[in-house]
Design a protein around this ligand. Structure first.
Ligand code: NDP
Length: 243
């Protein structure tokens, strides 16, 4: 076992919320391929082929606690937490109900808080941890019809930076990955016309594959990134120009 605090013994226990599909699934597969013990949370409790799953709804603290307990019993404390679960509920401000706003905040922002709080206990005991919060280019760039979503994603930046200040001296890093438009069920809901419009605004001229986000997340949790914390890493084909 390594005695260097900046390097991790392998395999690590990795938990990816909402890892049953989309970007979360690509992230989970990337860690699994690298030899880590990966568990995804899914609301149904069913596991994608070749991966382990626990049932969890991030809007419910008791469900989150139970999921962590199961993971800890099977693999030991979670060393890498990827808070990926997220939803959209788009509506222009004048038509956006309070429920449209609070439900998105509850899943995307408070949900990340719930898993982070639970994960931090084990990380503090281990004196080691990596937290990656999946935000969005929209969090810093803004987007019409997404006041709820953009607010939730911008909030994750303050969360990662505050965590960095609170637990940074304990060998725990917290970073934000801000994807642009990624080809998943979330973006497949957009009309073909809107997808074309977005592609014209993206310097790369295309949406990304979920794997292009996954590799960045895995690298951020690797020993190579041990001195990066409180950062926002865009994976957006240049759309946000570094924001
Ligand atoms: P998908 O809609 O494909 O998947 C969303 C995932 O979140 C699913 O696994 C879903 O579980 C899970 N989830 C939703 N609500 C909850 C909840 N209450 N508790 C637990 N899990 C929940 O989305 P993507 O893969 O596209 O997005 C993943 C993350 O990346 C999100 O945070 C999203 O905001 C962000 N993102 C996506 C972009 C994109 O272009 N696709 C761009 C920028 C950011 P279930 O299967 O049970 O519904």
């Amino acid at each position: 076992m390594s005695t260097d605090p900046t390097t991790s013994p392998s395999p690590r226990t990795v938990l990816v919320t909402g890892g049953n599909r989309g970007i979360g699934l690509a992230i989970a597969r990337s860690f699994a391929a690298a030899g880590d013990n990966v568990v995804v949370t899914s609301r149904s409790g069913s596991a994608p082929e070749g991966l382990e799953a626990v049932q969890a709804d991030v809007t419910d603290a008791a469900s989150v606690d139970q999921a962590f307990t199961e993971v800890e019993e099977r693999f030991g404390p979670v060393e890498v937490l990827v808070a990926n679960a997220g939803i959209t509920q788009d509506q222009l401000l004048l038509r956006m109900s309070e429920e449209d706003f609070t439900s998105v905040i509850d899943t995307n922002l408070t949900g990340a808080f719930r898993v982070l709080k639970r994960a931090s206990k084990g990380m503090l005991r281990m004196k080691r941890g990596r937290v990656i919060l999946i935000s969005s280019v929209v969090g810093l760039y803004g987007s019409p019809g997404q006041i709820n979503y953009a607010s939730s994603k911008a909030g994750l930046v303050g969360m990662a930076r505050s965590l960095t200040r609170e637990l940074g001296s304990r060998n725990i890093t917290a970073n934000v990955v801000a994807p642009g438009y990624i080809d998943t069920e979330m973006t497949q809901q957009l009309s073909a016309e809107l997808q074309d419009q977005y592609k014209k605004a993206i310097p790369a001229g295309r949406f990304a594959a979920p794997e292009e986000v996954a590799e960045v997340v895995r690298w951020l949790s690797s020993d190579a990134a041990s001195y990066i914390s409180g950062a926002v890493i865009p994976v957006d084909g240049g759309l946000g120009m570094g924001h």
